[in-house]
Design a protein around this ligand. Structure first.
Ligand code: TGC
Ligand code: FAD
Length: 401
């Protein structure tokens, strides 16, 4: 079994800008990951299973809803703490971070922000400990980048108490084992609402999706609704329209910006160590200029991303981070992480493709991260729209005749 020797690179003394609480939260998450997850993650990745025995531990380190107030069972931390926890989790595996960020940002966040007091009391404390797990259904088979086109819908059941939900969601993280799903669906007027659907409701099923060659230590499934009778009291009353699910994505994308940087830092840390240990032509490979160029460029990109990410955390703490700023950070950090994973793989030569190192796993995982929560190109278009004021997501279909 590989020993986890990770120490994080800090070329510009970023730790000086963190509070003692931030460092405590981060170090606790790191110690837990090294002890509980690093020894088993490769096996789960190879078998394509999620280690469900880790759920209560994730709750204990505050990974489920770090910024949810204590009155609802959360630890009441700030957004930088949330980011640091996601960074430590994704430093180990993107699938581990995915499970925590879906639970935090896509399940707890909408219930906290848009739920009734009764819904908050019913779900949030159990979600915070991991006793209850949730998933988030936005994407559909025919509506990925364009969720506003969704066809999942609900109509009044006519009994005064329920609605009838029909439709299907696809690519849903945690779906196969989730106890509840926050599902986005249109009412009879076409307005989008969030609805909490519980496992066991008749007509609701969550088949697992197989064959993923990326994010294998995360469980992904479909959500299928066939005339599911859902009490009206399960509709989130606080906000409707596409902006409601998109605001949850802001929180999740924020966590991913920190998380992807964690994967990059892990690849760099291993590549630097390997470059000093591995000798060829009688010298450590780190003595070769071409290896130094790769390492120097990696730490430069990591440092730039650390600065961007911490500033984003400060803005988010102040309630000032815009969606477009979050998009830029998500896009940048996933891109540099993918590039760094590829270069770290090269530094490891043939060993880089084995599970002896986590690099190839990170690289494969990041191919999901660059696509979910808004693809790389969608985030570029969000930046483009922000700076020009002109949305370029849609275009008229040309007459091809
Ligand atoms: P558009 O007309 O631009 O906007 C509709 C309404 O939403 C508002 N809005 C936002 N509100 C809050 N936060 C944001 N980030 C927002 N972006 C837009 C907007 O102001 C408008 O409000 P209103 O009041 O005027 O109606 O919408 P559009 O249909 O043109 O789409 C814009 C686009 C393409 C950027 C958006 O649809 C998008 O982001 N698409 C990507 C879809 C996506 O990211 N899906 C992710 C699914 S979840 C997932 O992948 C989980 S992965 C697991 C894990 O995290 O680990
Ligand atoms: P499409 O939207 O079909 O895009 C295909 C290509 O077309 C992309 O390159 C895209 O950039 C490009 N494209 C699309 N529109 C435009 C445009 N206007 N201009 C330029 N290029 C464009 N969703 C959930 O709701 N919940 C989850 O928990 C969840 N978990 C996921 C887990 C995994 C492992 C994966 C892979 C996905 C998950 N998703 C989830 C879905 C994810 O958000 C979507 O895959 C993503 O939004 C892209 O949608 P799509 O796959 O349908 O691709």
């Amino acid at each position: 079994m590989r020993t986890d020797l990770y120490t994080h690179p800090d070329y510009f003394n970023m730790d000086d800008l963190l509070s003692d609480e931030h460092k405590l939260v981060r170090d606790s998450a790191r110690a837990w990951v090294k002890k509980e997850v690093s020894p088993i993650i490769d096996e789960h990745y190879e078998k394509a299973t999620f280690p469900n025995n880790l759920l209560s531990g994730l709750g204990e380190i505050g990974a489920f809803g770090p910024y949810i107030p204590e009155e609802y069972g959360g630890p009441g931390l700030d957004h930088i703490s949330y980011g640091l926890i996601m960074q430590e989790l994704e430093r180990c595996d993107s699938g581990l971070r995915s499970t925590a960020s879906v639970q935090s940002s896509l399940v707890m966040y909408p219930i906290w922000k848009y739920g009734s007091e009764e819904q908050k009391q019913k779900y949030l404390p159990k979600l915070a400990t991991g006793e209850m797990m949730g998933c988030f259904g936005l994407t559909e088979p025919d509506h990925g980048s364009n969720p506003g086109g969704m066809t999942t819908n609900f109509k009044d059941a006519g009994d005064g108490e329920n609605v009838i939900l029909n439709g299907a969601k696809m690519w849903i993280s945690n779906a196969p084992f989730a106890d509840i799903a926050v599902v986005w669906a249109k009412d009879e007027t076409g307005r989008i609402y969030g609805i909490v659907v519980e496992r066991g409701m008749e007509g609701f099923s969550t088949p697992e999706m197989h064959g993923k060659l990326s994010l294998r230590a995360s469980s992904t499934g479909e959500l299928i609704f066939v005339d599911v009778k859902v009490p009206k009291s399960h509709i989130l009353p606080g906000r409707s329209g596409l902006g409601a699910p998109l605001s949850c994505l802001d929180s999740a994308r924020f966590g991913i910006a920190w998380g992807a940087l964690g994967a990059a830092m892990d690849c760099y840390d291993q590549a630097l160590r390997y470059s000093k240990e591995r000798t060829q032509f009688g010298v450590p490979i780190g003595a070769f200029q071409l290896i130094q160029k790769k390492l120097a460029e990696m730490i430069t990109e990591i440092t730039k991303a650390q600065l961007l990410t911490l500033r984003l955390g400060q803005l988010r703490n102040e309630g000032k981070a815009t969606s477009a700023q979050i998009s830029m950070a998500k896009r940048n950090n996933v891109e540099i992480a993918l590039n760094i994973a590829r270069e770290a793989r090269q530094i490891h030569g043939g060993m880089g493709i084995t599970s002896e190192y986590s690099i190839m796993r990170h690289m494969a995982n990041l191919e999901s991260v660059v696509t979910y929560e808004g693809t790389h190109d969608i985030h570029l278009l969000i930046t483009g729209m922000d700076i020009t004021g002109i949305p370029a997501f849609t275009r008229e279909m040309p007459d091809l005749k």
